[in-house]
Design a protein around this ligand. Structure first.
Ligand code: ARG
Length: 460
């Protein structure tokens, strides 16, 4: 026998391998709840416009509700012969309620159905991801507050540059994630539009009320063009792009955590529960969580490219190519959610090694810019003061002394405008607290930024 849903014009059954090759049910069953949600709304709309009777609608909703239960309980028999999640559920509905089940697909195609399911699915997952991002940002605010006065070396080119506060560094991470959050919300706006009603590609002859369906499903409005509705997956690409940026940020944070936990930096301790050991080297404690997140960023970037490539040569309207969007989308969601969860759990548990950070900041002439600025305040032009400080640094390298460790006489070899008050600017505390403007590293500024951060989260 030929396929029960579309086999009418076929003279032989589908080749067994082709059936498996073209099926998506093994993975798209993940959207079962959204598929049922969409079908219930569609049935209600068809009833309102007189295509289905109240009685039929009640039967359909009852059947779909039971099917939802069967799926949740693991009792549902998924069948590869029925190709995808949509036809599996519809076939089961007809099995349960008879002929009325066959009326559900009136005025609808799998093409607008699947587009609706993915949008519902991504909308749900974006809300989960947003909550996790929020939790991670809360954790960063807590830690930044605690570390507002902790001094560490700041780097450019990974070479010691100027002292910064650890809290300031953490608040840089907070800012990255804040933009990521906004990008997700922006992407959600374009996802939250209803394609159902586009049918296969041209719309339908039934007197459908797409505004009603949109409202029932919580969509902002129906889409404008039926061809566009069933064919484009740009919203999934946009989501993957926002996800890629989050993973890129998590990967950068990971890189720093990995460096900081090394014996060579020794800036922080990650509690044992976030690390693993070595089967051969008994002394090892490895920062697996950040390493893995750094590694996982690659697969998300890859999925972004898969989806772009999937889309780029498709003529309007729907093409089966689009079935290939599911696995990348699902893996982007899983990878992102897992990585965010790991980070949200781990960040509040970071223990700083304040003494080690401080000593590192004292190495590498991190207050050289402060000395140059000091000379400028004494009337020397910046380029000349740059030269003077450069010579002092060269002397420090030769004698093994940092600027703050030199005597006044030693410093005066390079400029006689230097006096006793120079030591106020050569201390780490003096250096950071002098950068006391919005966006600067001063502890007071970090505390103010944390306060604004809390307000931003509360306003979401
Ligand atoms: N499983 C299909 C997909 O994921 C559903 C739509 C199929 N439509 C069709 N006419 N073959 O895209």
């Amino acid at each position: 026998t030929t396929n029960q849903q579309w086999g009418g014009r076929f003279n032989e059954p589908t080749d067994a391998f082709v059936a498996r090759f073209t099926a998506s049910v093994d993975f798209d069953q993940r959207m079962a709840n959204q598929d049922i949600q969409g079908s219930v709304a569609h049935a209600k709309m068809l009833t309102k416009v007189g295509v289905l009777t109240e009685e039929e609608c009640a039967q359909i909703i009852q059947g779909l509700t039971e099917i939802r239960e069967e799926i949740a309980n693991g009792e549902f028999q998924w069948s590869v012969e029925l190709e995808d999640v949509h036809m599996n559920i519809e076939a089961r509905l007809t099995q349960k309620i008879g002929i009325t089940g066959k009326k559900l697909h009136t005025g609808r195609s799998r093409n607008d159905q699947v587009a609706t399911d993915i949008r519902l699915y991504l909308r749900d997952e974006i809300d989960v991801i947003s909550a996790e991002l929020n939790r991670l940002q809360e954790g960063l605010l807590g830690l930044a507050e605690k570390e507002a006065d902790t001094i560490m070396p700041g780097f450019t080119h990974l070479q010691t540059a100027q002292p910064v506060t650890f809290g300031h560094h953490l608040m840089a991470w907070f800012e990255m994630l804040h933009r990521d959050y906004e990008r997700l919300q922006d992407c959600r706006k374009r996802i939250n539009i209803l394609p159902l009603g586009a049918a296969a590609l041209a719309g339908t002859t039934y007197p459908i009320d797409r505004h009603m369906t949109a409202e029932l499903l919580g969509f902002e409005r129906p889409t404008e063009n039926s061809l566009d509705s069933v064919s484009d997956r740009d919203f999934a690409i946009e989501f993957s792009s926002a996800a890629s940026l989050i993973m890129m940020h998590l990967s950068r944070m990971s890189e720093e955590l990995v460096l900081w936990t090394s014996a060579q930096f020794n800036f922080i301790n990650l509690p044992d529960r976030f690390c693993t050991g070595s089967s051969i080297m008994p002394q090892k404690k490895n920062p697996d969580v950040p390493e893995l997140v750094r590694g996982k960023s690659g697969r998300v970037f890859g999925h972004l490219f898969s989806l772009l490539t999937l889309m780029k040569s498709q003529p309007l309207a729907y093409n089966k190519d689009n079935q290939e969007d599911k696995e990348p989308i699902f893996d982007v969601v899983d990878t992102l959610q897992g990585s965010l969860r790991a980070f949200a759990d781990m960040i509040p548990a970071i223990e700083s090694r304040k003494q080690e950070m401080r000593e590192a900041a004292l190495r590498g002439f991190s207050t050289a810019t402060d000395l140059a600025d000091y000379l400028v305040r004494k009337g020397i032009a910046f380029r000349d003061s740059h030269e003077i400080v450069g010579k002092s640094v060269a002397y420090g390298i030769e004698t093994g002394k940092d600027l703050g460790e030199m005597t006044l006489e030693e410093l005066q070899q390079f400029s006689d405008t230097i006096t006793e008050d120079v030591f106020d600017v050569l201390t780490l505390e003096g250096s950071v607290s002098a950068r006391n403007h919005i966006g600067g590293t001063a502890p007071d500024q970090v505390r103010a930024a944390v306060k604004r951060g809390h307000e931003a989260l509360a306003a979401r």
